[in-house]
Write a new protein. Structure first.
Length: 590
C-alpha cells in the first residue's frame, strides 16, 4: 500500500468516524456542541479545566485533524489521550486500529479493531476493519466467523458473501467457499462471474461433474456466449475426454465461426493432441482475424521466438505468422518490430534493417529501434546509411554515446577521418560506468588521429585506452606497430607488443608486430625467429608478413631468399611502390 493512498483512506475513514463519534456524544449530551471548538476551549482542555466528555471530544477532533494532515504520530498520541478517558470508545479504537494497521503494527491494530467491532455489529466500517486485521494475522477462522455475524445482520449484501468465500479459500476450505457462493445466489439470484469462481473451485477439488453442470447452466442462461463453450471444452480436456472437447468446439463454431479466441482455444486443443498441422491451421485462422488484437498476436509470436531457439521445425510457421502480422497490420510499428527481431536473430540482417526502417517511418521515439538499425547497418558495412541515420539518432538522443560511436565508425570506414574526430570526441563525454565503451572511443580516436598524422593526440588516446584496459591485445599491438612504423619510442613499442603476445602467443599479427619492432631495433636474428613463427601459424598467406620476412633475410645476407619472399608478397596482392622498388633494385629500401 502506498503512503498517499493510505492517507486518502485514512482521511475518508477519519471523517466517517468523526461523524459517528459526534453522534455518540450528542446522544449523551443534549446541549449544543460546536463543530470547531474555539481557541479558549482547546486551551482549557490542555489545562484540564473541562469535563472528561469535552476533553475526549476535543482530543478526538484534534487527532482526526492531525491524521488528515498526515501527522500520524501526533494523531496516535491524541487518540491515546482519549483512551485514558474512555478505554472502550469504539470510534477512538477504530481510528487507532487504522493507524496501527497503516504502520504495520498488526497485533495492536487487531486489539483496537476488535473493541470497535464488538461494540456495534451493525457498523460495517468497524467490522470490515476487524476482518482485515484478522486476515493480516492469518486468523482466517475468526474472519469467517465475523463475516457470518455480518451476513446475519445484513443478509442481502453480496460483498459480505464474497468476502466470506475469499476467507474460506485462504483458510484452505474450498467447499465452504462454494457454500458461501451458493448462499449468495439463493438470496440474490445467479451471477455468471460467481458461477465461474465456483467452477474454478470445483476444478481445484476435481469435482468435474459439478464443474460441468455449472458450465452447462451458464450455457443455458446465455447460449450465445462463446467463452462458456470454450471453458467447457477446456474442462473436458482436463478431464481427459478429448472427444467431448472436440464436440464442444464444433458446437461453438456453429454460432461463432470467426471468433479468433475460439480458434486459439481449438489450437491449444490440437497442441495437446500433438496434431501440429491442425494446431497451426487454427493459429493462422486466428491471426487473420481483425478481431484478434495485435498484442495477443505478438504474445503468440514471442512464444514462437522462444520455441524456435530450440526447435527449428517451427521456424517456417513463425515466419508465416510474421508475414500475416505485418500484412494485416501494415501501419503498426509493433508488427514490423517483432518481425525484425526474428530476422536479426536469424542473421537476415538486410531484411531486418528494412523492417526497422518501416518502424521508424511511423515512430522515431524508440531508441532501441534506432540502436538495432544502426547495428544492422554497421554489420552490413552500409557506411553512408550508417553515417546518415546515426547523425539523426544523435539529434534525437543527444545523451546516448553509442550513436556518436557508430557515427564515428561510419566516417572512419569512409576514410573521412576529420569528420570522425567530432562524434568520437563528443560521444566520449557521455560514457558513464562503461569501461569497455570508453576504451573503444579512445582506441578509435587514436586510430583516426594516427591516420591524420596527429601522432601526439593519437599516442595520448592509445595510452588512455591501455590504462583503462591494460590487457587488450588488439590495442596494445596496434599502438606498438604504429610506433614501430614511425621508429619512435621503440622501447615502449617492444614492451606493449610483448604484452600483447602474452595475451595471445599464437596470434599471427602480434608475432609479426613484435618481429618488426625487433627488426627496427636491429635485432635481426630475433626478428627472423618471430617472423618464422608468424608464417608457421598461418601468416604464409599474408603479403605484409612475407615482405617483412624478405626484409630480415636481406639484412641477414640471404638476398636470393629475400627476393623470393618479396615476389611472393607481390603475387599475394601487395602492389606498394616500395615493394616494387625493392624487387626492381634487388635490395632492401626504407
Amino acid at each position: 500500500m502506498q503512503t498517499h493512498a493510505c492517507i486518502k483512506n485514512i482521511f475518508s475513514i477519519a471523517l466517517t468516524a468523526l461523524v459517528i463519534f459526534s453522534a455518540c456524544v450528542s446522544k449523551k449530551n443534549n446541549s449544543s456542541v460546536k463543530e470547531k471548538p474555539d481557541v479558549n476551549a482547546v486551551a482549557a482542555v490542555r489545562k484540564g479545566e473541562l469535563p472528561p466528555e469535552m476533553k475526549l471530544k476535543s482530543y478526538f477532533i484534534d487527532g482526526c485533524r492531525e491524521k488528515i494532515k498526515g501527522n500520524i504520530e501526533i494523531a496516535e498520541n491524541l487518540f491515546k489521550e482519549c483512551l485514558k478517558i474512555e478505554p472502550g470508545n469504539a470510534a477512538v479504537n477504530y481510528e487507532l486500529a487504522n493507524i496501527y494497521r497503516f504502520t504495520g503494527l498488526y497485533g495492536q491494530a487487531l486489539q483496537c479493531a476488535k473493541i470497535a467491532a464488538l461494540s456495534n455489529v451493525k457498523n460495517e466500517w468497524y467490522n470490515l476493519l476487524y476482518i482485515e486485521c484478522l486476515h493480516n494475522k492469518r486468523m482466517y477462522a475468526e474472519a469467517i466467523s465475523r463475516y457470518e455475524v455480518m451476513i446475519d445482520a445484513s443478509p442481502y449484501r453480496s460483498d459480505f458473501y464474497q468476502g466470506l468465500a475469499s476467507e474460506c479459500t485462504y483458510a484452505g476450505k474450498p467447499n465452504k467457499a462454494i457454500q458461501a457462493y451458493n448462499r449468495m445466489e439463493e438470496k440474490l439470484g445467479s451471477n455468471p462471474e460467481i458461477s465461474l469462481r465456483k467452477i474454478n473451485l470445483y476444478k481445484q477439488l476435481k469435482k468435474w461433474g459439478d464443474a460441468e453442470a455449472e458450465l452447462k447452466k451458464l450455457i443455458v442462461q446465455d447460449p450465445k456466449e462463446a467463452r462458456y463453450y470454450t471453458f467447457l471444452a477446456e474442462l473436458y480436456q482436463d478431464m481427459g475426454q478429448p472427444q467431448k472437447a472436440m464436440e464442444t468446439y464444433t458446437e461453438i463454431l456453429k454460432t461463432e465461426p470467426n471468433n479468433p479466441y475460439v480458434h486459439l482455444a481449438l489450437a491449444d486443443y490440437y497442441r495437446q493432441q500433438k496434431t501440429d498441422d491442425e494446431f497451426f491451421s487454427e493459429i493462422k485462422t486466428a491471426f487473420k482475424s481483425p478481431e484478434l488484437d495485435i498484442d495477443n498476436k505478438i504474445k503468440i509470436l514471442v512464444s514462437y521466438y522462444t520455441i524456435t531457439e530450440q526447435k527449428n521445425k517451427y521456424l517456417n510457421q513463425a515466419y508465416e505468422l510474421c508475414k500475416l502480422l505485418v500484412d494485416s497490420n501494415p501501419d503498426e510499428p509493433k508488427a514490423h518490430s517483432v518481425y525484425a527481431d526474428f530476422l536479426y536473430r536469424d542473421k537476415k540482417i538486410r531484411e531486418a534493417s528494412v523492417e526497422l526502417l518501416k518502424v521508424l517511418n511511423f515512430d522515431k521515439s524508440k531508441f532501441a529501434v534506432w540502436n538495432q538499425l544502426l547495428i544492422c547497418e554497421s554489420d552490413l558495412n552500409e557506411n553512408d546509411s550508417l553515417a546518415k541515420h546515426s547523425a539523426e539518432a544523435m539529434d534525437l538522443f543527444p545523451n546516448q554515446p553509442v550513436t556518436y560511436f557508430l557515427n564515428g565508425v561510419a566516417y572512419m570506414r569512409l576514410k573521412q577521418y576529420k569528420k570522425a574526430v567530432v562524434p568520437f570526441s563528443e560521444g566520449k563525454q557521455f560514457v558513464y560506468e562503461n569501461q569497455m565503451l570508453q576504451v573503444q572511443f579512445c582506441s578509435n580516436l587514436a586510430e583516426v588521429y594516427n591516420n591524420l598524422k596527429e601522432y601526439e593526440k593519437s599516442d595520448k588516446e592509445f595510452e588512455e585506452a591501455i590504462t583503462a584496459d591494460p590487457n587488450n591485445g588488439f590495442i596494445l599491438n596496434n599502438y606498438a606497430y604504429y610506433l614501430s612504423l614511425r621508429k619512435q619510442k621503440l622501447d615502449v613499442a617492444e614492451k606493449y607488443s610483448k604484452r600483447a603476445l602474452e595475451t595471445n602467443p599464437n596470434n599471427v599479427s602480434y608475432l609479426d608486430t613484435y618481429g618488426w619492432i625487433l627488426f627496427q631495433q636491429g635485432k635481426y636474428e630475433e626478428a627472423k625467429t618471430y617472423f618464422e613463427k608468424a608464417l608457421d601459424k598461418g601468416g604464409f598467406n599474408r603479403p605484409a608478413i612475407n615482405e617483412h620476412y624478405g626484409d630480415v633475410l636481406y639484412k641477414l645476407n640471404q638476398k636470393d631468399k629475400a627476393m623470393e619472399y618479396w615476389k611472393k608478397s607481390k603475387e599475394q596482392g601487395n602492389n606498394s611502390e616500395l615493394l616494387n622498388k625493392k624487387i626492381a633494385e634487388n635490395k632492401y629500401l626504407e
